[in-house]
Design a protein around this ligand. Structure first.
Ligand code: NAD
Length: 255
């Protein structure tokens, strides 16, 4: 078994084919977890497993890492993932990281209903569906666990062109707190991370002028590396954070 702060644990990471999700798979596996990389883009999730994870030995009784295609906004797809985990690993995942997310930016006055729904469906409903399915499995198995939902600084402060995205991310913070209150007695902890600006494909779409403007407000004067937030996620997944639940943790260079 790979030694580490989450050794022998089974982790499901959504949005695992890119950015923060991919970095999270890397750090969780380095710290000994067996990782299920789930993404709408199966090839990208597979690439994460092949090139970014530390090989899991199977001595902890679990099968090795795996990649799965998942659309978090589709309850049938989430149930299919749950069933696959049950069959393949014969143990519930006790670490769940909701990192799948999208943006469809536009001014409030121009935003289509379709773009509003798309963002809410993936970022908020998707996190709900995955959290609900895997929390249920933990409760049934009477196992403690840790769920980490990736919100955003925008969920707290808002942003131009992001009424849909900010609403979804504020919803994730509120949902996290409610779930933490419900699940605390079962020792299932639920926390939200509010990243600032990280170098990922999602942020690559933001115009350089906007990024430069943001960086002027970041005391650490740079964007974050996805691995820096993955370390915090892994800490929250581990027993090192055993008395932290319902928290909304800023990881933003001081922005
Ligand atoms: P990214 O675009 O690099 O990766 C997102 C991944 O989610 C992609 O692999 C994509 O295929 C997957 N995905 C999209 N829709 C999906 C669906 N319906 N089902 C399953 N997978 C789906 O983005 P990122 O920068 O790594 O962002 C990860 C999370 O962090 C997102 O929730 C994002 O909102 C949040 N976040 C990112 C930043 C940042 O600076 N990068 C800042 C704040 C919050």
């Amino acid at each position: 078994m790979v030694a580490g702060i989450v050794a022998g644990r089974l982790a499901v990471v959504t949005g695992a084919g890119s950015g923060i999700g991919r970095a999270t798979c890397q750090v969780l596996s380095r710290e000994g977890a067996t990782v299920i990389a789930a993404d709408k883009n199966y090839e990208a999730a597979l690439e994460t497993i092949k090139t970014h994870t530390v090989l899991s030995s199977q001595s902890n009784g679990l099968a090795g890492h795996s990649a799965v295609e998942l659309d978090v906004s589709d309850s049938k797809s989430v149930q299919k993932l749950l069933e696959k985990v049950r069959k393949q690993y014969k143990a519930p995942a006790t670490i769940v990281v909701n990192s799948a997310g999208i943006t469809r930016d536009n001014w409030l006055t121009k935003m289509s209903e379709e773009d509003y729904d798309a963002v809410l469906n993936v970022n908020l409903k998707g996190s709900f569906l995955v959290m609900q399915a895997f929390a249920r499995a933990m409760v049934i198995a009477s196992l403690p666990g840790s769920i980490i939902n990736i919100s955003s600084i925008i969920g707290k402060h808002g942003n131009k062109g992001q009424t849909n995205y900010s609403a979804s991310k504020a919803g994730v913070i509120a949902m996290t707190r409610s779930a933490a209150i419900e699940l605390g007695k079962m020792n299932i902890r639920v926390n939200a991370i509010l990243p600032g600006y990280f170098k990922t494909p999602m942020v690559d779409t933001v115009p350089e002028k906007v990024i430069q403007g943001v960086l002027k407000m970041v005391p650490l004067a740079r964007m974050g590396d996805p691995l820096e937030v993955a370390e915090v996620i892994t800490f929250l997944a581990s027993d090192k954070s055993s008395f932290i639940t319902g928290a909304a943790i800023d990881v933003n260079g001081g922005l």
